[in-house]
Ligand binder design. Structure first.
Ligand code: NI
Ligand code: MN
Length: 225
């Protein structure tokens, strides 16, 4: 599995020959100006919730690629009504796609489209593939529900928001990584806006001191799991 950080909460995931894009907010992110969404490959677009900083480029990428949009039922319906292919899920449910199994899990946050349309309840994804399992938390507070994830899934990577203000901060993300029982963390949802700027060295040191590895990737860089 190859994971590319596309800035903010946007990810590219290559798994078993399939391409996934998660929460694309790229074309309006000046820090991601070197990423051209026209060049992104996508078989699937996973959307955690309906906020603009997660859905901005969903339609453009879906138009370009014909990708299947996977999200909660309300977000899937929103895109289906616009003529896109979508697959609606709800919390606690899983579906076997041809790249692996996706489970939609709880997030403590809110969810409305920029036009005011209700966006269902926000979530995150647990992705189980043949060789590696990852948790994409989405925008969320620290929640005890995270403790349910390792009951079913042994994670190889937890992708956690760390920017505070709208989501968990670094300290809560360390606790979250305890809850999901994963010591390898990719941080996201930081630095994009003024409210969520973080001190990288301090964040990494806090995770290191807790016996964990926090990765903060330059936008466009990838890790292989
Ligand atoms: Ni949000
Ligand atoms: Mn957000």
């Amino acid at each position: 599995m190859k994971i590319t950080y596309l800035g903010h909460a946007a990810l590219g995931i290559e798994v078993d020959g399939k391409y996934l894009i998660v929460d694309p907010y790229i074309s309006a992110n000046p820090k991601a100006a070197h990423i051209n969404i026209q060049n992104l490959k996508a078989d699937f677009i996973l959307v955690t919730h309906a906020h603009g900083d997660h859905v901005l480029d969903v339609e453009a990428i879906a138009k370009n690629t014909g990708a299947l949009i996977v999200s909660n039922a309300e977000i899937a319906d929103y895109y289906a009504k616009k003529g896109f292919n979508s697959h609606g899920m709800n919390h606690g449910g899983s579906w076997n796609f041809d790249f692996g199994t996706v489970k939609y899990v709880n997030a403590i946050h809110s969810s409305a489209f920029p036009d005011g349309t209700y966006g269902g309840n926000p979530g995150g994804f647990v992705l189980e593939s043949e060789h590696k399992n990852i948790y994409i938390a989405g925008d969320t507070a620290l929640t005890y529900d995270m403790k349910l994830i390792p009951l079913r899934t042994t994670l190889d990577l937890a992708i956690l928001p760390i920017g505070s203000n709208y989501t968990m901060d670094v300290d809560d993300a360390i606790t979250a990584s305890d809850f999901v029982e994963c010591d390898k963390i990719l941080g996201y949802h930081y630095d994009t806006f003024g409210y969520i700027e973080i001190d990288h060295a301090e964040a990494k040191k806090k995770f290191f001191d807790a016996g964990k590895d926090l990765m903060l990737l330059p936008i466009g860089d990838s890790i292989d799991l």
